[in-house]
Design a protein around this ligand. Sequence first.
Ligand code: TXA
Ligand code: MG
Length: 351
Amino acid sequence: MKKKATIVKIDSEHMDAEVIRRAGRIIKDGGLVAFPTETVYGLGGNALQESSSRKIYAAKGRPSDNPLIVHIYRMEDVERLTDEVPAQARQAMEHFWPGPLTVILQKSAEVPYSTTGGLETVAIRMPSDAVALALIEAAGGFVSAPSANTSGRPSPTLAAHVAEDLQEQIDMILDGGMVGIGLESTIVDFTQTIPTILRPGYITQTMLEAVLGEVKYARLLPEEEARSKPRAPGMKYTHYAPKAPLTIVEGVPEAVVEYINQQIEMRRLQGEQTGVMTTEESLGSYPHAIVKSLGDRTSEASIALHLYEVLRQFDESSVTQIYSEEFSSAGIGKAVRNRLLKAAGHHIMHV
Ligand code: TXA
Ligand code: MG
């Protein structure tokens, strides 16, 4: 087994240039560095080097036909990754970059198939996090980075989450503290006639439509998903699943609380513990469960920021079943619902 990755604290306002240089060098030389972005922590490798992608897949335990996002630090570098930027893609990039938007374009010859999972298209993103941008530049400008979690686990929102999953597998972890958003970037496919959202995120359909006109959502039926290349990301593979089964309970609030408490009691009689995901307002509603708050019910942003952290906390507890209340799907709430449904394997209880 390799020696453990060093965890280096980094302050985005007073960045240690030497640390960034060292981290960039590791990636240039074919190694792996985990780093903060505004969405979730990424696991960075050299996007133009075949062997780096293989290392990323191995470290994450991820199927190698699930493509990686190439991260850049300046707009003009898009031209090396694609031969043709459609007008709408250009508008979106100019409006939302740097930021939590990933665009799918036709790939140029320079992008290895190992990065795109064999696809003719490439996913590109320019993050806004200052540490991320500095690292990408120091690493030569093209960093492929999936979320820095073991495949199937919730994405990391803290450096400690990265260490939990990957410390033995990678070379360095840059610890920039907690991320700002907590869910992965919005992915938009610009190779379609109408731009198509493949993964919802902080940048919503409404925000995109204000700039681009009509924007669609990709819809894949479960049977199609199983057969297809991962056109709609994360759909083909299990994602974000906590160890204990998760059920989303929907209905009028009083009925939801009553149903969940009944389930808690039934489990207690069998000597088992139940976890509940709720918000500040309802922390006191489940006296006999392990209750975790995702934040303020009126703030979709706080729920987004804490979702993965709470799912990980349940993995450390002894609960054998988790229930989640439903949350508002306004704004980033739509992305929260998307991730929560995946974590629950689409298991919803209507009461
Ligand atoms: O916010 C984010 O996007 C984070 C941070 C680290 O930047 N990265 C991230 O990467 O979420 P990852 O690998 O966990 O998710 C990328 C998703 C995958 O589900 C993959 O299927 C999809 O993007 N993807 C990548 N290239 C694609 C392509 N050419 N066509 C369709 N989907 C693609
Ligand atoms: Mg991921």
